[in-house]
Design a binder for this molecule. Structure first.
Ligand code: GTP
Length: 306
């Protein structure tokens, strides 16, 4: 078949847009100059309620995350939530200022460490002219992991998050969190069976309230939370396991049976002993290998209320 005959003859792009409904611009009667525009969100009246959070969420952005283990300064993807309260007398926030500030920080090299995030929230409170501001940034954190016998290295990852609130009178409230994967082997299954025991992958979720003066250059909170989860598990999870490694993790899991309740209590004990931890929430969700459902346990404990 002759190629040229079958080729469609399309109208010019402008005609195509009109074909699909585009129309010529209408008369311009309203101001284009920002200072002459209506500024609805800054209208001051009695709007019935103060709002406890107004802002933007699900903002994805490249970030640099400090890490004391390889890979050290890792570029990853942060998902941000920014907000502030607004008073009963204020109609709305200035939405553009959240991402405007994000870009300003990105232009200066955006490292998501606690000190930078504290400064970001204080700057945001001032930029918004509100009494407070808060942010949450969630990101995948990568860390190299050596196999227990052969030392073969591979890459593991855990979901991490940082929450910073700044209030112009009360100062900072800082929470950090991590969701780590572990191995648990069931104590009851081991006790009642002639041999073997069912085991599964566990999801440990830890969120702590940090002392605002925590020095991230000395200790990486991500490593502290990962160690609190893994060191109390039946066994750790590895990306590369040869047979000698697999023998070790299999026997280690059998020698350290754990219910979800045991996991939560043991992790809580470690967090209780850490001075920089003021409050903690720990949850363990086991994807049971003998059920279609999960087993869960959790604890929330505030050391400041003791
Ligand atoms: N407050 C508020 N603004 C919204 C919402 N949805 C969209 N916006 C828009 O956010 C846009 C940017 O708002 P502002 O940041 O106040 O823009 P601006 O007044 O030009 O910028 P500033 O000079 O920084 O105040 C406005 O055009 C709003 O219409 C909403 O639900 N609430």
């Amino acid at each position: 078949m002759n190629e040229t005959n079958s080729k469609k003859q399309l109208p010019p792009k402008e005609e195509r847009h009109k074909l699909f409904g585009s129309v010529e611009p209408g008369p311009r009667t309203k101001p284009q100059d920002k200072d002459k525009m209506a500024d609805l969100q800054n209208t001051k009246k009695d709007f019935l309620f103060e709002l406890d959070a107004v802002g933007v969420s699900n903002v994805k952005h490249p970030i640099v995350v400090p890490s004391h283990v390889e890979p050290k300064e890792q570029t990853t993807i942060g998902t941000f939530y920014f907000a502030s309260t607004i008073s009963q007398g204020s109609k709305g926030t200035n939405m553009s200022r959240f991402t405007e500030q994000l870009q300003a920080y990105y232009n200066k090299g955006f490292r998501v460490d606690i000190e930078t995030m504290k400064k970001f929230t204080k700057d945001l409170q001032e930029r918004l002219k509100q009494k407070d501001a808060e942010l949450t940034v969630e990101f995948p954190w990568f860390y190299q992991r050596k196999a227990p016998y052969t030392g073969n290295i591979g890459m593991n990852h855990a979901d991490a998050w940082l929450k910073v609130k700044y209030h112009h009178e009360n100062g900072y409230d800082i929470k950090v969190g991590l969701k780590a994967k572990i191995t648990t082997l069931c104590p009851c299954s081991k006790e009642i069976s002639e041999y073997s025991a069912h085991n599964q992958r566990g999801n440990v979720v830890i969120e702590i309230t940090l002392d605002p003066e925590f020095d991230e250059d000395k200790q990486d909170w991500k490593e502290l939370l990962l160690e609190a989860a893994e060191s109390n598990a039946s066994a750790r999870i590895h990306p590369v396991l040869k047979r000698p490694d697999e023998k070790m993790v299999t026997e280690q899991a059998y020698e350290n049976p754990r219910f979800v309740e045991d996991m939560v209590r043991l992790i809580a004990s470690d967090l209780y002993e850490l001075d920089m931890v003021k409050q903690f929430h720990v949850k363990c969700i086991n994807e049971e290998s003998i059920h279609l459902h999960d087993a869960i346990a959790s604890i929330t404990f505030d050391k400041r209320e003791e």
